[in-house]
Design a binder for this molecule. Structure first.
Ligand code: G6P
Ligand code: MG
Length: 218
């Protein structure tokens, strides 16, 4: 069997989920739309455009195409200002242990992210070399929970779809992995990720023995 490990980026490898939240929160405040971390859960794994649509729906606002595009740009500029200074210190705890374990064993690894900033972030934190392929927001047409992003990743890795593992912090991402028939691992609060095959609060909870067993079972 050809196995593959696929990682979401934001909120799994790096804590950019917090920066996305801050950038959306700033715009929401400007527009007078109530927005908190709970509302932000529905924005995780979701494309920039779709997030803005959701925000405007929450505020019951309809706007011109020009205004919509202008807010998309200002949200991203704000987000970019947060990620500008990122370096490897912002890789989430426990992640390197797992990435190194897989790399040492030549296990094919992919990044599967809805973000158009994914490659830039990987470069900033020095992880580009770890991934055999990067499938990002520029490569997909159908956003999570559609499984497209992970199916492309499996194909590019030459991996059998049912022998792929996906690490995700977003409900939409877990749904995408499950629909693809991949093994889904939820990173985050178990209440949010009830649909995942396995759940961990973060990577520090993942033992290498678990990864080893998983590989054997794929
Ligand atoms: C990730 C994040 C989402 C974000 C999306 C698009 O999936 O979890 O919160 O909206 O990427 O990111 P971008 O960097 O292209 O705005
Ligand atoms: Mg994520």
């Amino acid at each position: 069997k050809n196995i593959g490990f696929i990682f979401d980026l934001d909120g799994v490898i790096v804590d950019t989920a917090g920066y996305h939240y801050l950038a959306w929160k700033k715009l929401a405040d400007e527009l007078g739309i109530p927005f908190d971390e709970e509302a932000n859960e529905a924005f995780k794994g979701v494309s920039r455009k779709r997030c803005l649509q959701q925000l405007l729906e929450m505020g019951q606002l309809t706007v011109s195409k020009e205004q919509f595009d202008a807010w998309l740009i200002s949200k991203n500029e704000d987000y970019l200002s947060y990620i500008e200074g990122m370096d490897s210190s912002e890789i989430l705890p426990g992640v390197m242990k797992v990435l190194d374990y897989l790399k040492e064993r030549d296990i094919p690894m992919a990044l599967g992210s809805a973000s158009k900033n994914a490659r830039a972030i990987l470069a900033k934190v020095g992880l580009t070399e770890y991934f055999d392929t990067v499938v990002d927001g520029k490569a997909v047409t159908k956003a999570k929970p559609d499984p497209e992003v992970f199916l492309i990743a499996a194909e590019e890795l030459g991996a059998d779809v049912k022998s792929c593992v996906v690490f995700e912090d977003a409900l939409a991402g877990i749904e995408a992995a499950n629909t693809a028939g991949m093994v889904s691992i939820g990173i985050g609060h178990p209440d949010i990720l009830t649909e995942a095959d396995y759940n961990f609060k973060d990577f520090t909870e993942i033992e290498l023995a678990f990864i080893k067993e998983l590989i054997q079972k794929l």
